[in-house]
Design a protein around this ligand. Sequence first.
Ligand code: NAD
Length: 249
Amino acid sequence: MKKLENKVAVVTGGNSGIGLATAKLFAEQGAKVAITGRNKATIDNAVFEIGNAAIGVVSDVSDIKNIDKTYRTVKDTFGKIDVLVVNAGVYISAPLADYTEEMFDQTSDINFKGVFFSIQKALPYLNDGSSIIITASTVAYKGFAGAAAYSATKAAVRSLARTLSAELLDRKIRVNVLSPGPIDTPIFGRDGELKEEVDTKKEFLASIVPVKRLGSSEEMAEGFLYLASDDSKFMVGGELLLDGGVATL
Ligand code: NAD
């Protein structure tokens, strides 16, 4: 029995990394999936990879006005929304002294404001009993030099999940968080670093994970599947840490 048979899921940032692996697994498990992102070409490629269960919608989560239209497109196509994975995010890092207002605003607009309004604007479209999952990060648990603004946005969305769970209880909408540790995705290298620099960064990150490796997007997707499906129906306002022990050991 597939775990998401007859379900409709939206995955923000579903055109790359963790979001793409999640959208693929959801489709394999019987869901219709709408993926969003900013780049039409990568969305089209991702939809092709996922297959006929998927549609792609170009939608910037920091452009609040366009979010409602995105959900309307999904509802017009698939008739309902049962699962919302609020996953789109950016990692913009620099030492505190070098962090510009522009870097701060981008980080905050996508990772916090974008999450808040992606959930708010989904409310009229979500079925009662839906599952909302927010991608946070273990850096919200543990300090990580250069990631002050990023970590703060991820801590903010952990808090959001608990408050919104209480607020949405009457509709039986569950809001949970998945916090990945360092995962091997294209998020590293988006600052335009050379491949060798990205490799060095990943090697360092792997060395600080207790199990001495980065996680994979597919391992994260298994966690999202658990939180999306009825397997986790007693989990409300909770957090799943998939991090090779980085936050706790
Ligand atoms: P990624 O760069 O491969 O994916 C990020 C996705 O977000 C992309 O699909 C991108 O198109 C989308 N996105 C970025 N800005 C957007 C915007 N304004 N509007 C719509 N979409 C936007 O990286 P990833 O590692 O797969 O990241 C997915 C999530 O996981 C992010 O929230 C990230 O913060 C979080 N995370 C990643 C790691 C890691 O080590 N890779 C660790 C902890 C948390």
